[in-house]
Design a protein around this ligand. Structure first.
Ligand SMILES: [Zn+2]
Length: 331
C-alpha cells in the first residue's frame, strides 16, 4: 500500500520544483518585528559540523544582508534590508533575510533517498510533508526540527549570528508546513487522474505555485488585512516543537478543501492551460493578480488565507517567544 502511494507521490512531485510558500521574507518581517529585541549582532564565520548534506555549489555561508531582498515587481513593498554597519546586523534582519535561504538552492540536486531518481529534485523532500490516504511522506518537519536544534546549539556557543540564522531557516520550514499544498497535492481523485491526464497534473502543479505567489502578492502589495493578521496575532504556545508541527500541519490541511476549491474557481483555465514554472509570478503575473484583486474576484480566497495565516502566526509567535526566552533575549 505504502509503495503504491509512494509512487503516486513521486509522480506528483515530478510536476515541478517550486516549493516555497513565497514571501517568506515579508511574512517573517511582519511576524518578528515586534517580538525580537533591538539587538545588533556581530556577523560571525560559519564553523559547524553538520549532520546534513547540502548542494554546496548553491549553499551561501557568507553574510548577504543588505543585498539579499529584491522586489518581485516595481513598487513591491518588501522589507527593509539595510547594509551592515561595523560588521553588525539587527536580529530582525537576520531572521527576515535568511527565512528564504532554504529556497536558494542548498536542498537541490542531492541524494537523499533511494527513490531519489524518481523525484528528480530533492528540494521537495525537505520542504514538504504530504499526507495521502492517511500516510505521511517527506521531511519538511525534520528540516524544521534540525534547524531548531542547530539554532539552540549556536546560541549555546554564544554565536548569536548563526543562532538567528539557523532560527530563520527553521522558520522557513515551519512556514512551508503551513501552506496547504505542501501537505496535500490535490484531492485524491485528482492526484490519481493526474497520473494519466496532463491537464489535471498541470492544474495541480499550478494551483500550488499560484497559491504560493498569492500570499506574496498580498504581503508585498501591503494588503492591510494580511499584515494586520500577522502583526496583531496573539501568541499561542505549544508544549514543544512536535506539537507545533502537528498544529500547523493540521491547520494547513483543514484549509485545503476551501482553498483548493477557491483556487479552481478563480483561476480555472489559467491553472489548466499555462505551463507550470518555478519562477515566482510567472504563471499569474502581479498585474493579473492586481486586476482580479481590484474587481473582487480574490475576496473569498483572501478571506480564508488571512484567517489561516493569522492562526499560523499566533503559533509561530508563541514558538519564537519561547525560543528567544530560552536563549534569554526577549523584549
Ligand atoms: Zn521552502
Amino acid at each position: 500500500m505504502k509503495k503504491i502511494v509512494l509512487t503516486v507521490v513521486f509522480l506528483m512531485v515530478l510536476v515541478g520544483t517550486h516549493f516555497s510558500w513565497s514571501g517568506h521574507e515579508g511574512f517573517t518581517y511582519h511576524l518578528v518585528k515586534n517580538i525580537v529585541p533591538d539587538e545588533l549582532v556581530e556577523i560571525r564565520e560559519y564553523s559547524y559540523q553538520e549532520k546534513r548534506i547540502y548542494n554546496v555549489s548553491k549553499l551561501v555561508l557568507g553574510d548577504v544582508c543588505g543585498k539579499a531582498i529584491l522586489p518581485p515587481w516595481d513598487g513591491a513593498l518588501v522589507p527593509p534590508d539595510p547594509t551592515p554597519s561595523n560588521g553588525r546586523v539587527p536580529a530582525w534582519q537576520i531572521l527576515t533575510v535568511y527565512s528564504s535561504e532554504p529556497d536558494w538552492g542548498m536542498d537541490q540536486d542531492l541524494s537523499l533517498s533511494p527513490h531519489q531518481v524518481l523525484i528528480g529534485n530533492s528540494q521537495g523532500v525537505r520542504h514538504m510533508k504530504y499526507r495521502l490516504l492517511g500516510l505521511d511522506f517527506f521531511e519538511g518537519d525534520e528540516s524544521f526540527y534540525y534547524f531548531h536544534d542547530m539554532a539552540k546549539e549556536a546560541f549555546k556557543r554564544g554565536d548569536r549570528y548563526w543562532g538567528y540564522r539557523f532560527l530563520a531557516r527553521a522558520l522557513h520550514y515551519i512556514q512551508d508546513l503551513s501552506q496547504p499544498y505542501h501537505n496535500v497535492p490535490g484531492e485524491i481523485l485528482e492526484v490519481l487522474k493526474g497520473l494519466f491526464d496532463g491537464t489535471t497534473k498541470r492544474m495541480l502543479a499550478n494551483a500550488h505555485f499560484v497559491y504560493d505567489d498569492f500570499l506574496a502578492f498580498l504581503i508585498y502589495s501591503g494588503d492591510e488585512d494580511i499584515l494586520k493578521a500577522i502583526e496583531e496575532a496573539e501568541p499561542i504556545f505549544t508544549k514543544n516543537e512536535w506539537e507545533l508541527v502537528q498544529v500547523v500541519r493540521g491547520l494547513a490541511m483543514s484549509y485545503f478543501p476551501t482553498v483548493h476549491k477557491e483556487m479552481k474557481r478563480v483561476f480555472e483555465d489559467t491553472l489548466k492551460k499555462r505551463e507550470p514554472s518555478e519562477k515566482a509570478f510567472s504563471v499569474v503575473s502581479p498585474e493579473e493578480f492586481r486586476s482580479l484583486y481590484e474587481n473582487g474576484s480574490l475576496d473569498s480566497l483572501k478571506f480564508y488565507t488571512v484567517e489561516l495565516v493569522g492562526k499560523v502566526s499566533s503559533y509561530l509567535k508563541g514558538y519564537l517567544i519561547s525560543f528567544l526566552r530560552s536563549v534569554k533575549n526577549i523584549k
